[in-house]
Design a protein around this ligand. Structure first.
Ligand code: SAM
Length: 264
């Protein structure tokens, strides 16, 4: 697959983990792992595990005997993830495309995916694969960002970056914040073979802490970085502008609004 929005490679994983992880992904990772552990599963598969933020919470919260397999399309993301675990901790890391899983049918009790589904070009194919590798009545929990209107900080960041390239603004942030229609999400999961799908909207206030780190993550911790370079832009100048926007417009606290889907 060659789509730029899915290329989390090079220096991106480090910037993602340090800059974006604490603000955007940690708290929801804890919450998703809490919901997973409450189901007391015996075998869990995580898709689009990235730098292992949810994986770490899963290993901390799941019963010790529960087998955990963490996968991602991009091996460099998993290399950062692996560093978060001691050798004696059970986690299997494997590169896997969520639309083409190499696991046996019925192999897992629970499948999880935090903020990954919006990057899968064929949502129905990925849901069909998840349904196939789940045991009968097994569950799939996945989260998605709500819209720019519900997450205005993301719109503000997009606009800041777009001002550098008025004729051809980078489109990266439209991918993670562009798949939030509950009917569309439910229809894709049903088309993939799930019988029941419930979707709820959740929100969580978080502190940004370091505007410098967050700006670095927002510009260099995802494929936006490649879009800036492809347009002849200077990532440092864009990062400085984003940092100024965080300090002057966004503030230190934001509310993260998401959709949590449960399919079985
Ligand atoms: C926003 S990150 C989320 C990572 C992690 N779940 C978290 O919460 O920090 C999106 C992830 O989706 C992965 N990804 C993109 N396309 C994928 C695909 N087709 N199959 C599996 N992973 C994919 C990327 O490599 C990236 O790690």
């Amino acid at each position: 697959m060659n789509q730029p929005a899915t290329q989390f490679v090079g220096a991106i994983p480090e910037h993602y983990d340090i800059g974006l992880g604490p603000v955007l992904f940690e708290a929801w990772g804890h919450e998703l792992a809490r919901r997973a552990a409450a189901r007391d599963p015996g075998r869990v598969l995580e898709l689009a595990a990235g730098t292992g933020i949810v994986t770490r919470h899963l290993r901390d919260q799941l019963p010790a005997g529960c087998e955990l397999v963490a996968t991602d399309l991009n091996a460099p993301m998993l290399e950062v993830a692996k560093r978060k675990f001691r050798p004696e901790e059970q986690v299997v890391f494997e590169q896997a495309d969520a639309m083409d899983l190499h696991y046996d049918s019925g192999a897992f009790d629970l499948v999880l995916c935090q903020f990954g589904v919006m990057f899968f070009p064929d949502k129905v194919a990925s849901h069909a694969e998840v349904r196939r590798v789940l045991r009968p009545r097994g569950e799939y929990l996945f989260t998605l960002w709500d819209s720019w209107e519900a997450n205005p900080f993301a719109r503000t960041i997009h606009d800041t970056v777009a001002r550098f390239f008025p004729d051809d603004p980078p489109g990266f942030y439209q991918v993670p914040y562009g798949y939030h229609d509950a009917d569309e999400i439910r229809a894709a999961a049903l088309a993939g073979g799930f019988a029941e799908v419930t979707i709820q909207r959740l929100e969580l206030p978080v502190k940004i802490g370091s505007a410098e780190n967050f700006a670095q993550g927002l510009v260099c911790g995802n494929p936006l970085h490649a879009e800036v370079l492809a347009r002849g832009g200077d990532p440092d100048a864009v990062r400085e502008a984003v940092e100024r926007t965080i300090v002057t417009e966004v503030g230190d606290q934001i509310v993260l609004r998401i959709l949590l889907a449960q399919a079985s």
